[in-house]
Design a protein around this ligand. Structure first.
Ligand code: PCA
Length: 227
């Protein structure tokens, strides 16, 4: 009886959906998946974290994301992906309605110059308080930055589909996308390339969730991303 009451309470607690991606482009790991596995099931600021790993596959991510949103009805969604070569946790500001894949996805698909969703707007903004989050992380000593482009590959697709679904079906929920650097092990054969320890990324994403959950108005401070 108690167990049932507890589990019902657990299910009804406000939920944060946290997604990552499987490995792609011949890599053995994807840090975004490792972060999600570490935070799945945790509670942050009274919210239950529900983690999910998405395939790096243009045809499959949209329906999966839609199902996850319908099943969990999250109040907050943070989608993560790897951006090798970046040095900071990058809080993406703009999802663009464009696919232009530099390499094939894990299913062998390589769309070029196609919309993510035909007849949808050209772009959406993140509805996360990105400036407040970046300021909070920097104060904690965690490298964080704003970014104007999530690229035109599967990460941008997920960001755009997420933004479109939230705008059209779940407008009370907020969400956005964060690109994360390579793990140190991924730069072993890439001298001079930046990386970030998994612990630091987990701490940064957890702090970002807490900040987003408690901040409804973003800071109005100069940001001025150059990329
Ligand atoms: N990064 C890729 C797709 C999956 C991932 O982790 C991207 O930036 O589009």
């Amino acid at each position: 009886m108690t167990t049932r009451r507890n589990s019902t309470a657990a299910r009804s607690a406000p939920c944060v959906l946290l997604t990552g991606f499987e490995a792609f482009d011949g890599a053995a790991v994807n840090p975004s998946q490792a972060i999600v596995e570490r935070l799945d099931g945790r509670r942050i600021g009274g919210r239950r974290i529900v983690g999910a790993t998405l395939p790096v596959a243009f045809a499959r991510t949209g329906p999966l994301l839609r199902d996850l949103l319908e099943r969990h009805r999250p109040e907050l969604v943070i989608a993560l992906g790897q951006a090798g070569g970046r040095a900071e946790l990058s809080f993406e500001r703009v999802a663009v309605n464009l696919l232009d894949a530099r390499i094939a996805d894990n299913d062998g698909a390589q769309p070029v110059d196609r919309p993510v969703i035909a007849d949808a707007p050209a772009a959406y903004f993140s509805t996360l308080p990105v400036k407040a989050i970046v300021a909070d992380l920097q104060m904690r000593g965690i490298p964080a930055a704003l970014s104007l482009s999530a690229g035109s590959y599967v990460c941008n697709q997920v960001f755009f589909v997420l933004a479109h679904l939230l705008a059209t079906r779940q407008p009370a929920a907020r969400g956005g996308f964060v690109h994360v650097p390579w793990l140190p092990v991924q730069t072993a054969g890439r001298p001079g390339q930046p990386s970030m320890a998994l612990e630091t990324m987990v701490e940064g994403v957890a702090a970002a969730i807490a900040c987003a959950a408690s901040t409804t108005e973003d800071l109005h401070i100069a940001g001025g991303s150059t990329h």
